[in-house]
Design a binder for this molecule. Structure first.
Ligand SMILES: [Zn+2]
Length: 122
Protein backbone atom coordinates (compact mmCIF):
# COMPACT_ATOMS: atom_id res chain seq x y z
CA UNK A 1 0.00 0.00 0.00
CA UNK A 2 1.23 3.48 -0.92
CA UNK A 3 0.12 6.96 0.07
CA UNK A 4 0.57 9.62 -2.58
CA UNK A 5 -0.78 11.44 -5.58
CA UNK A 6 -3.49 10.10 -7.90
CA UNK A 7 -1.04 9.40 -10.75
CA UNK A 8 1.28 7.54 -8.41
CA UNK A 9 -1.66 5.48 -7.19
CA UNK A 10 -2.70 4.68 -10.79
CA UNK A 11 0.77 3.42 -11.67
CA UNK A 12 1.00 1.55 -8.37
CA UNK A 13 -2.29 -0.26 -9.03
CA UNK A 14 -1.38 -0.93 -12.66
CA UNK A 15 2.18 -2.14 -12.20
CA UNK A 16 3.21 -2.78 -8.63
CA UNK A 17 0.21 -4.27 -6.82
CA UNK A 18 0.12 -7.45 -8.89
CA UNK A 19 -1.82 -10.25 -7.28
CA UNK A 20 -3.88 -7.84 -5.19
CA UNK A 21 -5.61 -5.99 -8.04
CA UNK A 22 -8.04 -7.81 -10.38
CA UNK A 23 -6.61 -8.22 -13.90
CA UNK A 24 -9.35 -6.10 -15.54
CA UNK A 25 -8.69 -3.22 -13.10
CA UNK A 26 -4.95 -3.47 -13.74
CA UNK A 27 -5.46 -3.41 -17.52
CA UNK A 28 -7.87 -0.47 -17.18
CA UNK A 29 -5.24 1.58 -15.32
CA UNK A 30 -2.53 0.55 -17.82
CA UNK A 31 -4.74 1.82 -20.68
CA UNK A 32 -5.36 5.09 -18.82
CA UNK A 33 -1.63 5.63 -18.26
CA UNK A 34 -0.87 4.76 -21.90
CA UNK A 35 -3.64 7.08 -23.18
CA UNK A 36 -2.52 9.95 -20.95
CA UNK A 37 1.00 9.66 -22.36
CA UNK A 38 -0.27 9.69 -25.94
CA UNK A 39 -3.02 12.31 -25.66
CA UNK A 40 -1.00 14.93 -23.78
CA UNK A 41 0.88 15.62 -27.01
CA UNK A 42 -1.09 17.16 -29.88
CA UNK A 43 1.05 19.53 -31.98
CA UNK A 44 3.69 18.15 -34.35
CA UNK A 45 6.47 19.59 -32.17
CA UNK A 46 4.96 17.91 -29.12
CA UNK A 47 4.62 14.62 -30.99
CA UNK A 48 8.31 14.77 -31.93
CA UNK A 49 9.18 15.62 -28.31
CA UNK A 50 7.05 12.71 -27.15
CA UNK A 51 8.91 10.41 -29.54
CA UNK A 52 12.25 11.76 -28.30
CA UNK A 53 11.17 11.31 -24.67
CA UNK A 54 10.21 7.70 -25.38
CA UNK A 55 13.47 7.00 -27.19
CA UNK A 56 15.47 8.59 -24.38
CA UNK A 57 13.55 6.63 -21.75
CA UNK A 58 14.37 3.38 -23.58
CA UNK A 59 18.00 4.42 -23.88
CA UNK A 60 18.27 5.26 -20.17
CA UNK A 61 16.64 1.98 -19.13
CA UNK A 62 18.25 -0.39 -21.63
CA UNK A 63 21.72 1.08 -21.14
CA UNK A 64 21.49 1.21 -17.35
CA UNK A 65 22.05 4.98 -17.36
CA UNK A 66 20.69 6.64 -14.21
CA UNK A 67 17.95 9.20 -14.87
CA UNK A 68 20.01 11.81 -13.01
CA UNK A 69 22.10 12.07 -16.21
CA UNK A 70 19.15 13.98 -17.72
CA UNK A 71 19.93 16.85 -15.35
CA UNK A 72 23.50 17.15 -16.60
CA UNK A 73 24.22 20.50 -18.25
CA UNK A 74 26.35 18.72 -20.85
CA UNK A 75 23.53 16.32 -21.72
CA UNK A 76 21.10 19.25 -21.99
CA UNK A 77 23.59 20.99 -24.28
CA UNK A 78 23.87 17.80 -26.35
CA UNK A 79 20.09 17.50 -26.82
CA UNK A 80 19.82 21.22 -27.68
CA UNK A 81 22.53 20.76 -30.30
CA UNK A 82 20.45 17.98 -31.92
CA UNK A 83 17.23 20.01 -31.93
CA UNK A 84 16.96 23.45 -30.38
CA UNK A 85 13.17 23.10 -30.12
CA UNK A 86 13.32 20.06 -27.89
CA UNK A 87 12.97 20.70 -24.18
CA UNK A 88 14.60 17.89 -22.28
CA UNK A 89 12.38 16.55 -19.50
CA UNK A 90 13.61 16.55 -15.93
CA UNK A 91 14.91 13.31 -14.46
CA UNK A 92 11.83 13.04 -12.26
CA UNK A 93 9.61 13.03 -15.37
CA UNK A 94 11.73 10.26 -16.91
CA UNK A 95 11.63 8.25 -13.70
CA UNK A 96 7.86 8.58 -13.27
CA UNK A 97 5.67 9.74 -16.18
CA UNK A 98 7.78 8.55 -19.14
CA UNK A 99 8.84 5.28 -17.51
CA UNK A 100 5.28 4.47 -16.42
CA UNK A 101 3.96 5.31 -19.89
CA UNK A 102 6.52 3.08 -21.58
CA UNK A 103 5.92 0.24 -19.12
CA UNK A 104 2.15 0.52 -19.66
CA UNK A 105 2.66 0.55 -23.45
CA UNK A 106 4.87 -2.56 -23.40
CA UNK A 107 2.67 -4.41 -20.89
CA UNK A 108 -0.43 -3.79 -23.03
CA UNK A 109 1.39 -5.01 -26.15
CA UNK A 110 2.40 -8.21 -24.31
CA UNK A 111 -1.17 -8.67 -23.04
CA UNK A 112 -2.50 -8.32 -26.62
CA UNK A 113 -0.03 -10.90 -27.92
CA UNK A 114 -0.82 -13.31 -25.10
CA UNK A 115 -4.57 -12.90 -25.64
CA UNK A 116 -4.15 -14.02 -29.28
CA UNK A 117 -1.68 -16.81 -28.52
CA UNK A 118 -2.81 -20.40 -28.65
CA UNK A 119 -1.54 -23.60 -27.06
CA UNK A 120 0.46 -21.89 -24.32
CA UNK A 121 2.08 -24.06 -21.68
CA UNK A 122 3.63 -23.01 -18.41
ZN1 LIG B 1 -0.42 -1.90 -3.28
Amino acid sequence: MVLGKANEMKSHLAMKCKGYVPKNVQLNFLRKIDNECESSKTSSISIKSNRADKALTRWFVCSGIPFVAADSLYFKDFTKSLNSGYNLSKRTAFATTHLDGELANITLKIEKKLAKAKNLTL
